[in-house]
Design a protein around this ligand. Structure first.
Ligand code: RP5
Length: 160
């Protein structure tokens, strides 16, 4: 198996039903992807190890999803120059607004590309990763354009 180009990390196994949408979309394009649980609060050393070694391990884009006090994407971004795409996972208490706000309001100098709350955000995070990789991969760029054309063609004009 080829080494993963995209790493999808999440704060808990409970985030997987959401985050798997990113993985599935990336796999649809034949891009190698790995997924694992890395918690900013429960496994801080695993976080440091992952974020500092991701680039040397051949990762080109990181997707990080977490819910509630969602510090994972920002902490990962603080330790790497790789692009970090963030997914605010839906939370029970505050419907993911807590996740969104704790991810999006990054201090100047540490960039995170925050997506929508929940499943649309996870799907689009996968799409964003493919778009980033397609900048330096003409075959992938062609596949991406074809995917977008199919999506456009699938939207009917008629209302019913
Ligand atoms: C965050 O807390 C995780 O990203 C998850 O969204 C949330 C709840 O985690 P669990 O209590 O379900 O493990 O760290």
């Amino acid at each position: 198996m080829s080494k993963a180009k995209v790493a999808v990390v999440m704060g808990s196994r409970s985030d997987w039903p959401t985050m798997k949408l990113a993985v599935e979309l990336i796999e649809e394009f034949g891009v190698s992807v790995e997924a694992k649980v890395v918690s900013a609060h429960r496994t801080p050393e695993r976080l440091c190890e992952f974020a500092t070694q991701a680039k040397d391990n051949g990762i080109q884009v990181i997707i990080a999803g977490a819910g509630g006090a969602a510090h994972l994407p920002g902490m990962v971004a603080s330790m790497t120059t790789l692009p970090v795409v963030a997914v605010p996972v839906m939370s029970k208490a505050l419907n993911g607004v807590d996740s969104l706000l704790s991810i999006v309001q990054m201090p100047k100098g540490v960039a995170v590309a925050t997506q929508a709350i929940g499943e649309p955000g996870a799907f689009n995070a996968g799409l964003m990763a493919v778009q980033i990789l397609a900048l330096s991969d003409p075959e992938l760029a062609k596949a991406l354009q074809a995917w977008k054309d199919r999506q456009t063609d699938s939207v009917p004009v008629e209302v019913e």
